[in-house]
Structures are given as structure tokens and as C-alpha cells.
Design a binder for this molecule. Structure first.
Ligand code: 3H9
Length: 654
């Protein structure tokens, strides 16, 4: 005989229905069922009823929609803590007097994963995933995750999940022992209900591989670069092996609360919301993008090949064009090599690999681009070359197809003006290697139609990139700020700092590598050629530092020539007295008395230079928001995300 009661609302986000002695609690807090105060209160109220009811023998918790629970409500983090807290909720779940099963219907992240592992068992559908991404927000799991996960699955894997913030697919979760049963979506609730009517399984903490644990720890510490949260995550997982559960939970709470109010967490929260805001630019509100199915890419060098790989990954049909057979062969091979690598690493399965190979057509003539809906050019950065190419495409592709230039420094307004339909020309400035780097600056020229811009934006989104809108100015958002930063670093050289001091200050701030070391790695000759081209138009009144030119004149092109801003002995970077003397001579020539700078002073000057340029871009409408500028510098130029970006770090959001 079945018995059923009507659904009860325990809060505006929690409802429950009792059927056949099982209470099914549904968390319904769109869009991602984040754990707000209302979710916590509702859960506790539902549990109160389940605890005392004679009818209820088991409890199932699930999420409405396609997510289980995406974690604590990040919007509540700046505010005072209200009870019941999430640790109180998970503690109640773990110690509940009736079996509680999580029916994991989608992503269980952060506090969502903590709710799931506090339950006595987990049944999940193929759409589920598990992760504790708190370190990416400058936090550690704060509702038992650091203590319960290493007791549920091998501690080395728990450390990996907590310390890196990576997400496990359902099959990986099953293999790890994180879930007990994987089932069809349609059977999820029935299976969970059945499980809830059985006594909770007795669990033994699984063994783990101490060597693996040590290796994972080393990897996390190496990558943390000035961030505190990953170090604390490691510390807490280690403590889970030393303390009893309640002591461990006490430590976790203390550390979580300290981190929650840290500058690192504030900065990373800013980045989190900046990314979500960037997805919906005000300029494109209500504008429908064109339906793009076939992408053309002209130029299959490093950049073009990377763009093609991203497009194939996103499921586009791609036509790649190169002028010579040799270049086409080389480009094709480069693309195949990347696909092979993706296949070997498991990022791509055999079926996907074959599908992607088939979706690519390589052609030797522009005429083959006739069916393309959007053509991206990635040819030599020269105005005549690009203008002629677009003029030729005007005669080939249909009038509504979009033409995107990948230029870094040319003026896309001029390129557009050289074509028959300038309104369909936009910029899509990819960063190299384009199949890896997330950032794409989508450039609206003074001629671009909003539909063309929206289409470029939508394509970049589909490529799983981070598109940021930019107006037209020299270097767009990123290179324009980078130039200001580079210029200031060179002023600092003349004013008294040495390359290794500036680099040390930057690395201390959180950059993976200092500016001068990066220059040496990338090679100095391309920027030198650009400076020589610009020399005629340079305002002689402006301060100009010629040390970089002098290095190139001496044949010091960076690491590959063994000499650059540093000298390299067997690949090892060392201070070079020749460079120190060049700098001293530059100071003497300008009568500059060198000062000594602390690393904080160096950081401050560089930050201020970036911020001043950022403000200029905002005033002129080139950048839509300060948070867009932050995202560009973090995702394209190595600015440490845990500092929030140059605008955030210099107080633009205080
Ligand atoms: C935590 O759990 C701490 C605990 O250990 C301890 C506590 C004591 N809160 O990304 P989308 C919003 S820390 C509030 O575009 P998708 C988001 O802002 C948390 N809001 O969708 C956006 O809003 P809007 C650990 C959130 O499908 C909308 O949802 N958890 C939260 O590409 C859609 O988001 C995480 O770090 C949240 N937790 O991706 C997970 N999450 O439409 C963070 C999302 O107004 N979330 N929103 O702009 C994610 O990774 C992705 O959002 C997810 C969906 C994969 C869930």
C-alpha cells in the first residue's frame, strides 16, 4: 500500500513530499540551487519534521532543475553569518537518526558536495559531477569537506580535488567511491528512496598512497604562487589524517572564516562575478547574433591553427585556407598533432577525433570560403595584406557573412572602411596559443553592426573562450594597458631598479614570471621591429627608454640567443653586468640619480600605470567596465587572479 502526503513548503526554496515512508526534500533556488539562508533554514525545518515523524523512515535530498547544488551562495559572503550555518546543516545530516541519501541530479559543487558527502549515501545520475572549487574563490571547503572527503575516499584523491578545485565526472566519482550508485536520470529518485529505507552503510576510511599524496601536495604548493587558500587546503587535509573528526571540523571552520574575509577571497569573488557580468554586455542586450555554422580561417600559422582547433572542438565545420601547398601542409599537420595529443590525453575520444578531422576542409584558394558564415583572418599583420584579403572576400562570401580580423595592432576601422560592407567587419583578437588561451577581445569598429559584434561574441562563447568587448584604440584593451605597464617598468630601470629587482617584485606579487624574464623567453626582436616602424612618428617630447633597442643592436634577442635582459648559462638566468652597465649609462646620459625601490614601491608604480591607462580606456569608452579590464589582464597577460586584476587591486571597486 502506498501512502502519500501533499508537498510541504519549509521555506521559499525548500519543499518536501512524504511518500512510502520516505521524505523527498527538493532544493529549488534557481538558477543553480546555491545554499542561501533560506535553503539552510528550510533544510533544518524539514529535518526537524523528519526526525520526529513516526511515518518517515528515510530521507532523500535532491536539487530542482539541472543542478544539484552549486555551493554556498557566494553573494552572501560579504555579509554577517546567519544561523543555521552550513556546517550546522551538514553536521545534522551526518548525525541524523534516519538514513539520508543524496540524489545527485547535476553538479554538486562546494557546499553542495559537502551536503552530499554528509548524507549517508549518494545515488547519482550520469549528469552529476562533484567538485570542491573553493580554492578558486580563495577559500577552503567550510562545511566539513576537508575532513569528510578524505574519510570517504582515498586521501590523495581528496587532496587533489580540494587542493586544485577540479571537478569529477559521474564515472570518476563512482570509481573513486564518492558515489555509491550511478543510475539513469529517470530512476534516480526511486533508487535513492530505496537506499534511504536501508540502514546507513558502515564505512571504513580507504587507504591511500602516501607517495602520491606527497606528489600532489608538491604540485599544489608549486602552483599556488602567493595564494593562501591552497596551502590551507593542504594543511586541513593533512589534519584530517591526524585529528579526530570533531577537532578537524573545528580547525576547518576557523580557517574558513579567516579566509572568507581575506583580500585573496575578495579578489577572487570579484573575478567570479566579473566573468558572469562579462557574459552579458549591455551593448549587446536584445541583439540577436547570426546563426554561424561554418567558420573560415585564413592563415594556418600558429595562430590560425590554434583558432581552427578551438573551432573544431566547439563542433564547427571549418574551412582553413593557406596560400601555398607547403604552408597548408604544415598548418594541417600542426592541427592534427594537437588533435592527436588531445586523443592521447583522453580529452578527446576516438569518435570525436574522427569527427573533428572530418569537419576540417583545407583549401588553397579563397573561393573555397564561399559557404562560410564567418571568416577569421590570421594572416601577416600588415594593413595592405589584410585589406586586400577582405576586399577579395567581399566578392566571395555572401553579403551577410561576417569578416573578423585577428590583428593586434592595425586599425580595424581602416580595414573595415576598405571593404564593400564595412558593417560586417569586426575584430576577434585571439591570444596565442589560441586553442589554450581563453581570452578573445571582440572589437567593435566604428562601422560594425551590433549583429556582427553579437555574432563574434557568440562564436567566441561557443569556442569556450572568454570574450571581452573592446573599442578601437592602439592595442585594444590588453596591449594598450600592457604598453603602459612595460613603459613604466622601463622608466623604473632608468630611475634606479634593475631587471631582476623588478621581476622579483612582480613574481612576489603573484605573476608567474617577471616582465623582463618573459621578454627574454618570447624574444626581443619583434617588439624591436615594431618600435623601429614607429620611430618616425614618436613624439620627441615624450620620455623614451632606449635600453631595449640597445640590447637588440648588440644582438641580444633573449633566451634563445643566450643573452637578453639577462645572460643564460646552460639555460640558467643570471644577472648580466653588461646590462647593468647599459642601464647605468642610460641614467648618466639623462642625469638621473638612481633611487632604490622596495618591492612594494615597484609593484605600486606598475599598478598605478596600469590603472591610469585603464581609466583612460573607460573614459574613452574603449572598455565597457573596470571588471572587463581586470579579466583581460588576468586571462591574457598573467596578472594574478588572486589580486583581482589591476583595477580591483588599485581600489576601483572599494
Ligand atoms: C562554498 O560552497 C563554501 C562552502 O564550502 C562553505 C560554506 C560555509 N552562489 O556560471 P554561470 C550564479 S563556496 C551564488 O553563468 P554555468 C552566477 O552568478 C561556492 N550565485 O552558469 C550566475 O548568475 P547570473 C563553491 C551563483 O551554467 C548564475 O548562477 N561553488 C553561484 O556556466 C549562472 O552561473 C562554486 O564555486 C553560487 N555558488 O555554470 C561553484 N554559482 O545569471 C560556482 C553560480 O545572475 N559556480 N551562481 O549572472 C559555478 O562553477 C558555475 O556557476 C556552475 C554553472 C558550474 C554551477
Amino acid at each position: 500500500m502506498t501512502s502519500s502526503h501533499p508537498s510541504t513548503e519549509f521555506s521559499d526554496t525548500i519543499s518536501a513530499i512524504v511518500e512510502n515512508h520516505v521524505m523527498l526534500i527538493t532544493i529549488n533556488n534557481p538558477p543553480v540551487n546555491a545554499i542561501s539562508a533560506s535553503v539552510r533554514q528550510g533544510l533544518m525545518a524539514a529535518l526537524d519534521q523528519a526526525a520526529t515523524s513516526d511515518i518517515i523512515q528515510g530521507v532523500v535530498i535532491t536539487g530542482a532543475g539541472s543542478t544539484f547544488v552549486a555551493g554556498a551562495d557566494i553573494k552572501e559572503f560579504g555579509q554577517p553569518v546567519t544561523e543555521p550555518t552550513l556546517p550546522q546543516v551538514t553536521e545534522r545530516l551526518a548525525n541524523f537518526n534516519k538514513t539520508i541519501i543524496a540524489a545527485v541530479n547535476g553538479a554538486a559543487l562546494g557546499g553542495g558536495a559537502e551536503i552530499a558527502i554528509a548524507c549517508h549515501g549518494r545515488v547519482a545520475s550520469g549528469k552529476s559531477s562533484f567538485g570542491m572549487p573553493e580554492v578558486k574563490l580563495g577559500l577552503v571547503p567550510g562545511a566539513g569537506g576537508t575532513q569528510r572527503l578524505p574519510r570517504l575516499i582515498a586521501a590523495d584523491l581528496a587532496l587533489d580535488i580540494i587542493g586544485t578545485g577540479r571537478t569529477l565526472k559521474s564515472t570518476e566519482s563512482l570509481a573513486a567511491g564518492l558515489i555509491d550508485e550511478l543510475t539513469d536520470e529517470d530512476n534516480l529518485i526511486v533508487c535513492a528512496k530505496n537506499a534511504s529505507l536501508k540502514p546507513a552503510a558502515k564505512r571504513v576510511t580507504p587507504h591511500y598512497d602516501a607517495q602520491k599524496f606527497a606528489n600532489i601536495k608538491t604540485g599544489i604548493l608549486r602552483k599556488s604562487r602567493g595564494q593562501n587558500a591552497p596551502l590551507k587546503a593542504v594543511e586541513l587535509v593533512e589534519l584530517s589524517q591526524q585529528l579526530d573528526l570533531s577537532q578537524g571540523l573545528g580547525q576547518e571552520r576557523q580557517i574558513f572564516l579567516q579566509l572568507r574575509d581575506s583580500d585573496e577571497a575578495k579578489a577572487l569573488r570579484h573575478v567570479f562575478f566579473a566573468e558572469r557580468t562579462a557574459k552579458k554586455p549591455a551593448m549587446l542586450e536584445g541583439v540577436s547574433p547570426e546563426d554561424i555554422k561554418i567558420l573560415g580561417v585564413v592563415g594556418m600559422g600558429l595562430m590560425g591553427s590554434g583558432i581552427i582547433v578551438s573551432a573544431l572542438n566547439a563542433g564547427y565545420q571549418v574551412i582553413g585556407v593557406e596560400q601555398t601547398e607547403e604552408a597548408a601542409l604544415a598548418g594541417h599537420q600542426r592541427i592534427l598533432n594537437i588533435l592527436e595529443k588531445n586523443l592521447q590525453s583522453g580529452r578527446l575520444n576516438r569518435e570525436g577525433f574522427e569527427r573533428q578531422k572530418k569537419a576540417l576542409i583545407i583549401a588553397g584558394t579563397l573561393e573555397s570560403l564561399a559557404p562560410a558564415d564567418l571568416v577569421i583572418e590570421a594572416v601577416f599583420d600588415d594593413f595592405d595584406v589584410k585589406a586586400k584579403l577582405f576586399q577579395a572576400l567581399d566578392q566571395i562570401v555572401r553579403a551577410s557573412a561576417i569578416l573578423a580580423t585577428n590583428t593586434s595592432y592595425l586599425n580595424p576601422n581602416d580595414i573595415a572602411a576598405a571593404t564593400i560592407y564595412p558593417q560586417r567587419v569586426i575584430g576577434m583578437h585571439f591570444f596565442s596559443p589560441a586553442h589554450i588561451m581563453r581570452l578573445v577581445e571582440v572589437i567593435h569598429t566604428s562601422h560594425s553592426s551590433l549583429e556582427a559584434v553579437a555574432s563574434g561574441f557568440a562564436v567566441a562563447n561557443k569556442l569556450k573562450k572568454l570574450p571581452i568587448l573592446s573599442g578601437v584604440t592602439e592595442g585594444f584593451i590588453g596591449n594598450s594597458i600592457f604598453s603602459a605597464y612595460r613603459r613604466e617598468a622601463e622608466f623604473l630601470l632608468e630611475d634606479g631598479a634593475l631587471p631582476h629587482e623588478i621581476d622579483a617584485a612582480l613574481e612576489d606579487y603573484g605573476f608567474a614570471m617577471g616582465l623582463f624574464a618573459v621578454y627574454d623567453m618570447a624574444g626581443l626582436e619583434i617588439a624591436w621591429a615594431k618600435r623601429k616602424r614607429e620611430a618616425l612618428n614618436r613624439d620627441p617630447q615624450l620620455r623614451y627608454v632606449k635600453i631595449a633597442d640597445q640590447l637588440c643592436e648588440l644582438g641580444r634577442f633573449g633566451q634563445k640567443s643566450g643573452l637578453g635582459w639577462y645572460q643564460y648559462t646552460q639555460g640558467k638566468r643570471e644577472i648580466d653586468p653588461v646590462v647593468t652597465e647599459l642601464i647605468a649609462a642610460a641614467r648618466r646620459e639623462k642625469n638621473i640619480t638612481p633611487q632604490s625601490f622596495t618591492k612594494e614601491q615597484i609593484q605600486e608604480r606598475l599598478l598605478q600605470a596600469m590603472q591610469a591607462q585603464g581609466n583612460l580606456l573607460l573614459q574613452t569608452g574603449i572598455a565597457a567596465s573596470a571588471s572587463d579590464i581586470d579579466l583581460v589582464m588576468i586571462n591574457g597577460y598573467g596578472f594574478p587572479s588572486h589580486k583581482g586584476g589591476p583595477m580591483f587591486a588599485s581600489g576601483a571597486f572599494d
